[in-house]
Write a new protein. Structure first.
Length: 226
């Protein structure tokens, strides 16, 4: 039996609006893998919708980082409920919205999770789930295909990195958590992964063929941080 922890970025399922076609493809793919005996903890992020709520609140009133995080957590919960409904009978009926709320798969092949508490993104919850379920790798499926030497949206000379260690990663991202800040791996998750010896794979979330290669231990497009 193979078990995986996946952090699925909210922008993968809601790039602008809910992507029905992709969700159908994603469900079919994951159900196919579950029928082969694989089990998944799937932690759903907030993505662009989360950042829009945080920005809107900030433009109207002074909003604390705690309140911004709480907004984001609620968005991730809604996204998780959507995916839980989509996967139906395959999914554990309880959403993992706090640590140890779901301790095992039981008769199910899928556990759906969301944000838990303030101070970090769902990347952290995914890495912590890897620790709790004794799974040595966290797969982060989001917008970037790799970790890059710099922000590829701002620097045309940014180059993809296929493999790196955590010390190298820490040099590329801010040292403190900021609500809504987008990075390949949230800094709090990165620090936890280093501490707990969890390796992290960063890959583009909408490339299901590549996702399959990751699950099968084959060559893949993405970054391995260990």
């Amino acid at each position: 039996m193979e078990k995986f922890v996946i952090a699925l970025g909210g922008s993968v399922i809601l790039p602008e609006k809910i992507d029905i076609d992709f969700l159908k493809e994603f469900k079919d793919f994951l159900v196919g893998e579950m029928k082969k005996g694989k089990k998944f903890v799937l932690i759903i992020g907030g993505g662009k919708v989360c950042r829009e709520y945080q920005k809107a609140a900030s433009l109207i009133s002074p909003v604390s980082n705690k309140d911004k995080d709480l907004l984001g957590i609620k968005v991730t919960r809604l996204n998780a409920e959507l995916l839980k409904a989509v996967f139906g009978k395959y999914c554990h009926p309880v959403v993992l919205d706090e640590r140890f709320k779901v301790r095992d798969f039981g008769k199910y092949s899928l556990i759906m999770g969301c944000g838990w508490e303030v101070g970090h993104s769902t990347d952290f919850d995914a890495v912590l789930s890897s620790v709790d379920f004794n799974i040595k790798t966290t797969i982060i499926l989001g917008k970037p295909s790799y970790v890059y030497t710099s922000n590829p949206d701002e620097d045309k000379k940014a180059e993809p990195i296929e493999r790196m260690n955590w010390k190298e990663y820490f040099k590329l991202v801010p040292s403190e958590w900021t609500p809504g800040f987008s990075s390949p791996v949230d800094i709090t998750a990165a620090k936890l992964a280093e501490k707990e010896n969890i390796e992290v794979i960063v890959a583009y979330g909408r490339d299901l063929d590549n996702f399959k290669s990751i699950l099968e231990g084959k060559d893949f497009k993405g970054t391995l941080i260990a």
